[in-house]
Design a protein. Structure first.
Length: 528
């Protein structure tokens, strides 16, 4: 056990950045043997975990097995999953679900057993849910309660981490926007996703790619950034801000997709129809939108009675009603939106990164589990399994309080105007969605990179506020996404290029695992 005495107030055994499922679970696991500090940029619950509707995948039923779960994951991943990582995840599911139950997570039950549903590309009913369609919130509330009651965990909300501190390849702490430095023997990065780099997204406003960007600046290896998953069914309102996720569990319960003529169209696109992989369904929807020059298609679950829908999907039913729809009678307009990043900070099987002392888990990490396209409801499970393994690895290594002298990075200050930052951010997001979204080609990606280079001039000097740092981070991840997308001259999983529409055996590998993207490569031209 570590529990080293602290010589300074901000000195700990383990620092965790992020408060989603991976960060909270890591904190609880680490609290049994270490003094932990959990830092999060906003309130604890402002995470993608809180918004997760569908559930968490685990092969627990008699007609299922980890091997079948593995096969479905590999199939969705389009040849790029790390089979060792997938094996670790599916075999670790049972223990993690048991932990959540012991902590008091109120999973839904049916006839005394855990209730399970099916989502896209799963061939068995293996998705556990809570509160109907409020699974993430239920898990987050449960974990938060235990984290906040632990005397071994110091929680610092509204603490925006700007930099990972490293020297000689060894990470020893982090620095915050407020100028505070926190040191530790190990840092666990669980900072979430980057969906806000796109103008249409299911992600909360805090998902600005901070973790990937700061890890990149620190010199960590980054992998698979071209693979961005677009969720097929996101409510398409009359105004840009009228969006909310329509869980894949709706289609698992029999919802069908219809074009503006009222015709079903998924039967001819995939053998699983509406339950095909997300990339297939998203492109099929986009094809219908382009064919009929309409901004959306429809999701129809009117086959079910109102009482069933209110009980099974209370959150979605309520949100639909707020926008004037009755789920039992109306077809809901939907279109794809950026949802999840398969790429991120490259990790091994224990969450370890290329920098000694730095670990990553959850969406910020690229563990190899998801390959080119994440299987639905694997994200919450991945966060749990690899958070646990990262903490176990730290415990085995006995990494204690860092004795490294604190030398934080110095950033050039600039008095950017708030309006300029906001305008640049929104323009970047729109261009990324239109030019580096579901469909891409050399011309569109090049156009995006031209804008990214111009935007980098705006953010060359970062002011001492969160808006400026978020813009810097969004520009960094946008650059990494477009650079990787240009380099991958094929179509695979969530990455689809109109100029290279087929998967190529020569690209059946991870572009960024064989080399490390360097700081000087940022915004440099790409030879293709």
């Amino acid at each position: 056990m570590l529990f080293h005495g602290r010589e300074k107030p901000n000195q700990f055994d383990i620092i965790i950045v992020g408060s989603g499922i991976a960060g909270l679970y890591a904190a609880l696991k680490a609290a049994s043997f270490a003094r932990v500090c959990l830092l999060t940029k906003a309130a604890l619950q402002e995470t993608n975990t809180w918004l997760a509707q569908g559930g968490i995948a685990a092969a627990l039923s008699d007609d299922d097995s980890p091997d079948q779960h593995l096969e479905d994951t590999l199939q969705a991943g389009a040849g790029l999953c790390d089979i060792r990582a997938v094996e670790v995840m599916v075999k670790g599911a049972s223990r993690c679900i048991s932990d959540l139950l012991e902590l008091g997570t109120p999973f839904d039950t049916s006839e005394g057993c855990l209730a399970m549903t099916r989502e896209g590309a799963h061939r068995r009913n293996r998705v556990l849910h809570a509160g109907g369609d409020a699974t993430g919130a239920a898990i987050q509330q449960t974990l938060q309660k235990h984290v906040l009651s632990s005397h071994a965990i110091t929680v610092r909300q509204h603490s925006f981490v700007t930099d990972i501190l490293a020297a000689d390849g060894r990470v020893y702490g982090v620095k915050t926007l407020a100028g505070e430095t926190f040191t530790a023997g190990s840092v666990v990065l669980a900072a979430g996703g980057l969906g806000q780099v796109y103008s249409r997204t299911t992600n909360p406003v805090v998902a600005t790619g901070d973790g990937v960007a700061m890890a990149f600046r620190a010199g960590a290896q980054i992998s698979d950034m071209e693979f961005i998953q677009f969720h097929p069914t996101v409510y398409h309102g009359r105004h840009e801000g009228e969006t909310f996720l329509l869980s894949e569990a709706l289609r698992g319960e029999g919802a069908v997709l219809r074009n503006v003529r009222g015709e079903r169209f998924m039967d001819g696109c995939h053998e699983l129809a509406e339950l095909g992989p997300r990339d297939v369904v998203a492109r099929a929807i986009l094809e219908q939108m382009l064919k009929y020059n309409t901004p959306h298609v429809y999701l129809d679950i009117t086959r079910h009675q109102r009482d069933f829908l209110k009980k099974r999907f209370p959150t979605i039913y309520s949100l639909a009603a707020q926008f004037g729809h009755d789920l039992a009678e109306d077809w809901l307009p939907v279109s794809p939106a950026a949802h999840y990043a398969m790429g991120g900070v490259h990790t091994g099987l224990d969450g370890e990164t290329s920098l000694d002392g730095l670990y990553a888990c959850g969406e910020v990490a690229c563990s190899g589990v998801h390959g080119a396209n994440r299987l639905a409801s694997n994200s919450l499970l991945e966060g749990l399994v690899f958070a646990s393994r990262a903490v176990d690895h730290i415990n085995r290594k006995g990494q204690c309080v860092s004795s490294q002298a604190v030398v934080g990075p110095q950033h050039e200050r600039n008095s950017l105007k708030r309006a300029e930052v906001s305008e640049t951010r929104e323009s970047l997001r729109r261009i990324m969605f239109s030019e580096a979204g579901i469909l891409r080609n050399h011309a569109s990606l090049t156009a995006a990179r031209i804008f990214i280079k111009a935007a980098s001039g705006v953010a060359a000097g970062i002011p001492g506020d969160q808006d400026g740092w978020e813009l810097k981070n969004l520009i960094t991840v946008a650059d990494l996404i477009t650079k990787s997308a240009l380099l991958r001259q094929e179509s695979r999983g969530s990455h689809y290029r109109l100029d290279y529409p087929r998967a190529e055996s020569s690209f059946k590998h991870h572009l960024c695992r064989s080399f490390k993207l360097k700081e000087e490569d940022l915004l440099a031209p790409v030879a293709v």
